[in-house]
Design a protein around this ligand. Structure first.
Ligand code: FES
Ligand code: FES
Length: 164
């Protein structure tokens, strides 16, 4: 199977039981995406597939043949080498140990696109508004799949508010 990862095409021979997360980490050495729970519960492995955020530990690699995958290593766009969301995380000190951070950043990038596209969340009051106002409550709800054991949530929310 082949995959386009961070803009580069790769071809692999893959065990059908292998997760996308393990493929990225073990075949391509892209260890930015973390394996926390390996059960879809912590969000540390969040990556973007076709522009949408998914947890790589629950994705079978073979189910994503030909997909375009972006990991935290592929997000950087600016001359500083950081994506605006990454810059906001640095600016707002939105991490402590950093283990959850790649997943938080990828999830935030995907979430901001979802909000721009007008997708409501469980706490959106006006479903017809189309224009989503991402206040702290919306951000907390939309980022609730990404756990931070260090409890850096206050600064994570502040960083995402700055990057929205
Ligand atoms: S490692 Fe994938 S959700 Fe925890
Ligand atoms: S910064 Fe340590 S788990 Fe989030």
């Amino acid at each position: 199977m082949s995959l386009v990862v961070n803009g580069e095409e790769h071809t692999f021979e893959v065990d059908t039981r292998r997760s996308l997360l393990d493929l990225l980490r073990e075949e391509l050495g892209l260890t930015g995406s973390k394996k926390g729970c390996d059960h879809g519960q912590c969000g540390a492995c969040t990556i973007l597939v076709g522009g949408r955020r998914i947890v790589g530990c629950l994705a079978l690699a073979v189910a994503h043949r030909g997909a375009e995958v972006v990991t935290v290593e592929g997000l950087a766009q600016s001359p500083t080498g950081l994506h605006p969301v990454q810059e906001a995380f640095v600016e707002h000190d939105a991490l402590q140990c950093g283990f959850c951070t790649p997943g938080q950043v990828c999830s935030a990038v995907g979430m901001l696109d979802e909000a721009r596209a007008g997708w409501p969340s469980a706490v959106t009051t006006d479903l017809a508004a189309g224009d989503i106002h991402l206040d702290a409550r919306e951000i907390r709800e939309r980022m609730s799949g990404n756990l931070c054991r260090c409890g850096a949530y206050v600064n994570i929310v502040a960083a995402i508010e700055a990057a929205r």
